[in-house]
Design a protein around this ligand. Structure first.
Ligand code: NAD
Length: 471
């Protein structure tokens, strides 16, 4: 049993003033595996005060000093890779394929930022003006449960790179991952108060940070609804915001695609991280004349997708994170049927042979129109919609007919054509033929998928305020 009863403020693991406790579950077994004591608004205030005290010295550090801090953090997190992988499996049921990416990524986020600082122009001259890029002040980071450790590390890395200090409010459902990361941060020996972590409920600690007058910026990853609440709360004190929100990514299969490669790639992108991924490509846009062929292939490929706990070899889709999330996904599968879509694969209930764990059946709907709610709302589970299109222009129109615009996908053997289609898509990222992640390229969304960008120089820009001195 993991009992997490301390939180990390001003360089020490301290008992929070808040007294509420939240249970932690293993979603593969539904067993309670731990408990976290939640901080309250007073704990958030203590953490902000510590970060504020630490800010002047942090802001005065040189880029070389910050690069050294980032590399110490990288090494400390990398040294805990096995503990982090175990935490992700236990409290989240992360499929091995996702953990293999997410665990090294957490440490690599610090190295990526160290490299960015090495070449970043903190001072520039424009005509008569001398420009200095100044750290914003105390930053608050708020993270979701679907890749908590990675988001903590990426946001912390950007803050350190800028010379800012930070208070992190991680998802209360991922406290074991948070604990592993907190121990690594402590070991990395940053000056007291530079990095603080307060476990707590979103409505309590998250809200207190969003309103706190001494927070200069909120960097948030989570749902669009919460992002909207944070934006409204932040407005009162003109906080800067970076919001990484939801998605409903289209995958445009062009009619020249090599189906032997494209169909498995589409399933992989759609079911990424058990479908609990903001970047999941959940709308499969298929040429109408290829619909029968592609549907048949999707049905066969989906039947071969193994659902199970990360401990079982070959599991590609793990459980939903919570009973609540399981219910939510089930309600969307029912909704799809009510809206008149037909099942190519999956459906309601648990997969055959699984009577424990919040597992859902990988589900693919055909007969979907882009007007249906299952095609418009983020489901956040392994549920895909196949939508037919007549020609390239209609494919682009359907893809862009969404409130979201995070990550889109194009599949084609003709790169010039794929790039032409990509140039017409309203999305922060377009992935052609399953191309791998590019860690220094900007990441973020158009429209309701967010505000601002993370990673690399764009992510660092977002932690800095330009100041021009004219002489
Ligand atoms: P969520 O919005 O429910 O919670 C995210 C975080 O916000 C948690 O730490 C939560 O405690 C906190 N929170 C909740 N209410 C708050 C409030 N009123 N004020 C301040 N903080 C509050 O999201 P979730 O369910 O944890 O995560 C899933 C969502 O995150 C999905 O919508 C997904 O698309 C999105 N997401 C986006 C990205 C991206 O980079 N764009 C990445 C991963 C997940």
């Amino acid at each position: 049993m993991h009992i997490i009863d301390r939180t990390y403020i001003d360089g020490d693991f301290v008992v929070p003033q808040g007294r509420d406790r939240a249970a932690l579950f293993n979603p593969s077994t539904e067993e309670k595996i731990g408990e976290v004591r939640l901080g309250d608004a007073a704990d958030a205030g203590r953490a902000v005060a510590a970060a504020r005290r630490a800010f002047p010295a942090m802001a005065a550090t040189t880029p070389a000093q910050r690069i050294a801090m980032l590399r110490r953090l990288r090494d400390a997190v990398a040294a805990r890779a096995p503990a982090l992988a175990a935490a992700m499996a236990a409290e989240y049921g992360a499929p091995a394929r996702f953990a293999e990416f997410a665990v090294p990524y957490a440490a690599q986020a610090f190295e990526d930022m160290a490299r960015t600082v090495e070449t970043y122009p903190f001072r520039r001259t424009i005509g008569r003006a001398e420009i200095s890029m100044e750290p914003l002040g105390v930053v608050a980071a708020i993270t979701p449960w679907n890749s908590n450790a990675g988001f903590i590390c990426a946001k912390l890395a950007a803050a350190i790179a800028a010379g800012a200090t930070i208070v992190i409010k991680p998802s209360e459902m991922s406290a074991i991952q948070t604990q592993v990361v907190a121990e690594a941060l402590h070991e990395a020996g940053l000056p007291r108060g530079v990095c603080n972590i307060v476990n707590g409920a979103g409505q309590v600690v998250g809200e207190a940070l969003s309103r706190h007058p001494d927070i200069a910026k909120i960097t948030f990853t989570g749902s669009t609804a919460t992002g909207r609440a944070i934006l409204a709360a932040a407005a009162a004190t003109f906080k800067r915001v970076t919001l990484e929100l939801g998605g409903k990514g289209p995958q445009i299969l062009l009619d020249d695609a090599d189906l032997d490669r494209a169909v498995p790639t589409m399933l992989m992108s759609g079911f990424a991280n058990s479908g609990q991924a903001c970047i999941a490509g959940t709308r499969l846009l298929v040429p109408a004349h290829l619909m029968d062929e592609v549907s048949g292939r999707l049905r066969v490929a989906a039947a071969a997708v193994k659902v199970g706990p990360p401990s079982e070899a070959g599991s590609m889709i793990g459980p939903m994170v919570s009973a609540r999330q399981w219910d939510r996904v089930q309600s969307y599968i029912r909704l799809g049927l009510d809206e008149g879509a037909t099942l190519l694969a999956g459906g309601e209930g648990r997969p055959a042979g699984r009577d424990r764990g919040w597992f859902v059946r990988p589900t693919i709907f055909a007969g979907v129109t882009n007007a249906m709610r299952i095609a418009r709302e983020e489901i956040f589970g392994p549920v895909l919609c196949v939508i037919p299109y007549r020609d390239e222009t209609e494919a682009v129109a359907i893809a862009n007919d969404s409130d979201y615009g995070l990550q889109s996908y194009v599949l084609s053997t003709d790169m010039a054509r794929a790039n032409r289609v990509a140039s017409r898509l309203q999305a922060g990222r377009v992935v052609i033929n399953g191309a791998p992640h590019e860690p220094l390229a900007p990441f973020g969304g158009f429209k309701h998928s967010g505000i601002g960008r993370e990673f690399g120089a764009f992510g660092l820009d977002a932690m800095l305020e330009p100041k021009a001195v004219l002489a």
